[in-house]
Design a binder for this molecule. Sequence first.
Ligand SMILES: Cc1cc2nc3c(=O)[nH]c(=O)nc-3n(C[C@H](O)[C@H](O)[C@H](O)COP(=O)(O)O)c2cc1C
Length: 217
Amino acid sequence: MNFFELIKSRRSIRKFSPQSISRDLIEKIIESGAYAPSACNIQGWRFVVVDEPLLKEKIFDLGGSAIIRSAPVVILVFYDNRTTNTEYADYIQSAAAAMQNMLLAAAELGLGACWVAHLPRKKDLRKLFNSPKYFEPIAAMLLGFKDGSPDTAMPRKFALAKIVGYNAFADIAEKTGAPDNLFLKRLARKIYYRLPGGPKKLLNNFIDKNFVKKFKN
Ligand SMILES: Cc1cc2nc3c(=O)[nH]c(=O)nc-3n(C[C@H](O)[C@H](O)[C@H](O)COP(=O)(O)O)c2cc1C
């Protein structure tokens, strides 16, 4: 498969077989992440590989996505947020570049992966992993062998002509996939994080079931 075919056939995988993954493979993927560009070449990432079931359960208990429990490996990406670029949060961009490299590396190796930002509150993750305050949890990547999941990519929602503008902003009238009722949905998320364990878990399982249904895997 050539590079462009790989990009177009990659898709998020949320169902995994319990088969474990060798550290060689995990490190190959993380190394691909560490070869991403980073703002000012700071390379301020830290990768936390979680394969202990109890630790995954703890991340779920704190409000992280329910699918975290079913992935053999979860790679949390932290990044040093001491940037001078206060306008563009370039540390998040650098971490995202690493994430994307890792997703593509996993696809190249025939593994399933999913980018997850449904994670516990940052202060809780920092506490769990004893990370200094200036390391910010950015995202997690689930990793594992696919469990009979489909290989076909999710169709793209918008034709190029709608999203590309030459010397001008592309079609302003065209909607993006951003949710309606943004204010209420943001409020709901804030409340979710403050719920006690039991109701949070219930809601969390429900959210993820819907995700898996919506994205058909
Ligand atoms: C920043 C970011 C955050 C995401 N967070 C989640 C998540 O919390 N849970 C999840 O199931 N998928 C998550 N995804 C995966 C998206 O749902 C997925 O990329 C999207 O539906 C398109 O599908 P595809 O990756 O198969 O092309 C996330 C993706 C990105 C880029």
